[in-house]
Each structure stands twice: as structure tokens, then as C-alpha cells.
Design a protein around this ligand. Structure first.
Ligand code: DQA
Length: 144
């Protein structure tokens, strides 16, 4: 089963958005890297980005019986969204939370995540490498 990679608001403009914080990789580039890593395990990833919380909730709910795990960078929704957390919990799938930047070096309001308590692990500060490592972990640990 594919791995779902969920990207929250404003990640569509990655590459031009605050590059000193988020780097110059575009989301398309990160998607390519994730696909390549999954392919080396004979697995696939499905990538989704939306600026709309409800669209993400719909996609996450649908993953329950059709995907083997979820990588999530919920972006700003990380710090606000009980509903995305509840949708992720509903899936009963292993969830890895990823942030491009080291949120703990940044503003206080980025230090709390509603998602971390339902994630198997959290990767912050490693840019695109964090996504790739999360995909690799789920490929190695979840049934294909
Ligand atoms: C982010 C960190 C969040 O605090 C921020 O709102 C984002 C991106 C990251 O990948 O570093 O949009 O999730």
C-alpha cells in the first residue's frame, strides 16, 4: 500500500518562501526525493498539499484503509489543529511528523504541536532529508 505524504498550508510556495528558513528545495523536488526513496523499497508515495484544512482532513480520513502510513508536515496547522490530529488518529496508521525547520529554535508558538502525541516519531530541522528519512522508516517498518 502507498504511503501518504501530507503537506499543509503555504508549502506550495516552498523554494521562494523564506528560503533562509525553509531552504531552496521546492515541494516538487521533495516529492521526487520521496518517490525515489520509496521506489528503492518497491513502494510508492502519494503526495498531497492543500491550503485548506478540511481538504487535508478528507484526504487523511480516506487513507485509513488504503495506505500503510502517513508522513505529515502540517505547517502552521501543526500548532492549531485539533481536527487534523483527530483525523490522523482515526486512520490508526503509523504517522511520522516532519518539519523542515527546527521549530524548537524558533518562536515559542512553534514549540507546541497538536500532532506529536499521536505520531510514532518527529523529525525537525533536517529540511528535505527529514521527509526522505520518514518515508524510509515507514517503508522499512510497515507492510507493503
Ligand atoms: C513548518 C514549521 C511551521 O511552524 C510553519 O508554520 C510551517 C513550516 C516546517 O516545515 O518547518 O509552515 O512546518
Amino acid at each position: 500500500l502507498p504511503i501518504l505524504v501530507v503537506n499543509g498550508p503555504n508549502l506550495n510556495v516552498l523554494g521562494t518562501r523564506e528560503p533562509e528558513i525553509y531552504g531552496s528545495d521546492t515541494l516538487e523536488r521533495i516529492e521526487q526525493l520521496c518517490r525515489a526513496r520509496a521506489a528503492s523499497f518497491g513502494r510508492t508515495v502519494e503526495f498531497v498539499q492543500s491550503n485548506h484544512e478540511g481538504v487535508l482532513v478528507d484526504r487523511v480520513q480516506q487513507a485509513r484503509n488504503s495506505h500503510s502510513g502517513i508522513v505529515v508536515n502540517a505547517a502552521g496547522l501543526t500548532h492549531t489543529s485539533v481536527v487534523l490530529r483527530d483525523a490522523l488518529a482515526f486512520t490508526d496508521l503509523p504517522v511520522v511528523e516532519v518539519h523542515l525547520s527546527n521549530v524548537h529554535r524558533r518562536e515559542e508558538f512553534r514549540h507546541h504541536s497538536y500532532l506529536s502525541a499521536i505520531a510514532v516519531g518527529v523529525i525537525v530541522g533536517l529540511g528535505a532529508h527529514g521527509y526522505v528519512a520518514a518515508v524510509e522508516y515507514l517503508c522499512a517498518s510497515s507492510a507493503g
